[in-house]
Every structure is written in C-alpha cells, then in structure tokens.
Design a protein around this ligand. Structure first.
Ligand SMILES: N[C@@H](CCC(=O)N[C@@H](CS)C(=O)NCC(=O)O)C(=O)O
Length: 289
C-alpha cells in the first residue's frame, strides 16, 4: 500500500523505517538550547533539580504519603562558563564530545557584569571555566579537560595506558621478528620455501593498528628497523624471482608508499642499480645485510 506525500509515494513500512532513522538523525543534529546568560541581577541556580512527583511511587503508596512520592533530588553538575571565553570553550567542547550534556549543565555568565554570588559562593577566583562536581569546585581549563576525561564516561581523549603497553609489546615482538624475516627470506631465495610467507606475516602485522599505515599505526623505530631490509628484499625479489612482494598486499604497498614520503628515509636510499649487484653477490654467502 502506498503511503504518500506531495511528490512521490512510498510504502507504509518504508515510511515507518525512515521515520525512525530520521528521528535518530534529528537527535544527533539537535542544537543544544543554551541556557540564558546570568548577570549581576540573576539568582544563583539551585543545587538540586528533579523534585517532581513520581507517578509510579504514588501508585504504590497512594497519594497520601507525599514524601515517598517525590523522586530523589538529582544533583546537577554545573559548568560555569562564558560563551565567548576560549578557556571555557575547551571544557565545553570536552563535555560535548563525551556526551555529558545531560549530566553537566551549562551556566553561562556575563563576565562584564558577573553575579556577586559567583565569587562569594562558588569560585573565589571569580574566573571561568569552573566545574561544580559532587559539591566541589574545580577550576583551570587544562585541569578540567583532564578531569572530565578521567572522571566521566564517554570516549577517552587520551591514549589508554593499556593501549600503550600493548603497543610497546607489539614493538618488541616486531623487533625480534627482523632476524626471523631475514632468515626466512634467505631460505626462500635458496630453496623451495614459500617466497611470499614472510611478507604475509608483515601484511598481517601491518593490519594490527589501523590509525596509520605503519607497524604501530604511526611512524616508529620499528619502521626504521624494517625499512632497509624491505627495500632490499623488494628489489631482489623482483630482479631474481620476478616476484613483487607488494602484489596482493595492500598494507605493505601503503607502508612502502608512506615510508618513501619520509624525508629522513628518502635521503638514505641508494640507487637500485648500485644495490642489486651487491645483494646478488652476497646472496647465498651470508644472511642479507
Ligand atoms: N588559566 C585559566 C584562565 C581562565 C580565564 O582567564 N578566563 C577568563 C575569561 S576568558 C576570565 O574568567 N576572566 C575573568 C577575570 O579574569 O576576572 C584557565 O585556563 O581556565
């Protein structure tokens, strides 16, 4: 059955599905309504919100026992701010990014005509930003950005220590693989061993951290340690075995491409015409280096 509007008709189920999707999108793009800016004439906002009567509890206890029918008071954390202060904006961005709009209410102040209660009862420094959390006042934007990140839920804004440990462990693993790689490549040149296996290993390793094309995501000493060897194996495999180590290995291809953009590496590369005869000469004598 068609469920129509002005220009074209769509089915009812599709219309319902679109309605849901649209609602979700609307949620994401809804602009927060910024509370009014408080000045010297404004009262201090109350510490607690949410004293509306709870219908479910009213039903359980009857309308007579009014105290039990009240929802517990909700303490609102407050971010005292100025809508034009760059320091306050840092904290505002952090609060938004972590999705804390409902938890931390904005209290914008007019700095040119500040309410007296702000200095007297909230933050004696009389500056913004400041955060009221669990009855404590915390100031200084850098401290606040870190505080919001570590004390509230939402996406983390600093690398997790566990992630750093994982990176370091993986770096060590890769560093100790360099000798195995040389041995396996050497063996594959001499005999029947699968010439592609060592590069499959590298391809898998390069897929582990996806925040960049390098072994640990971002460029590191692991890439430096591998660069001269992969450069030589690439040349030699093409020349001796007509085998391109990058074919079918998009991560390795991207790694080589990105490495070649790094000036510090570029300047150390030798002409292949100079390298290949040296490598061929060494092949079969010692591990390639
Ligand atoms: N170091 C503070 C600086 C905060 C600051 O200077 N805020 C200005 C507004 S942009 C302020 O409150 N000025 C009022 C005053 O100094 O009296 C921070 O990083 O939070």
């Amino acid at each position: 059955m068609a469920y129509g509007g002005g220009g074209f008709a769509i089915s009812y189920p599709l219309a319902k599905a679109l309605e849901k999707i649209q609602d979700r999108c609307m949620n994401r793009i809804v602009q927060e309504v910024i509370p009014p800016v408080l000045d010297s004439t404004s009262d201090q906002p109350p510490l607690f919100d949410g004293t509306t009567r709870n219908r479910k509890t009213m039903y359980m206890y009857g309308d007579m026992d009014r105290d039990k029918c009240r929802k517990p008071k909700v303490r609102r954390e407050r971010l005292y701010t100025s809508l034009i202060c760059p320091y306050a904006q840092r904290v505002w961005i952090t609060r938004n990014y972590k999705g804390l709009q409902d938890k931390i209410k904005l209290v914008p102040l007019d700095l040119s005509n500040r309410p007296a209660w702000y200095k007297e009862k909230v933050y004696p420094e009389n500056k913004v930003p400041s955060l009221e959390h669990n009855g404590k006042i915390i100031g200084e934007s850098l401290d606040l950005v870190k505080y919001l990140d570590s004390s509230f839920e939402g996406p983390s804004l600093l690398p997790d220590v566990r992630y750093l440990i994982l990176l370091r462990e993986f770096a060590e693993e890769l560093l100790s693989y360099t000798d195995i790689l040389s041995r396996d490549v050497h063996v594959s040149f001499k005999g029947d061993a699968d010439i592609g296996a060592p590069y499959d290993h590298l391809e898998t390793a390069l897929s582990k951290f996806e925040d960049g094309p390098f072994f640990l995501g971002q460029f590191s000493l692991v890439d430096i340690v591998y660069a001269p060897f992969i450069e030589r194996y690439h040349l030699l495999s093409l020349d001796v075995k007509k085998y391109d180590i990058t074919t079918g290995r998009p991560k390795l291809t991207a790694w080589i491409e990105e490495l070649n953009k790094i000036e510090a590496y570029q300047q150390t590369k030798r002409d292949p015409a100079e390298l290949i005869p040296i490598l061929k000469n060494r092949l079969g004598v010692v591990i390639l280096y």
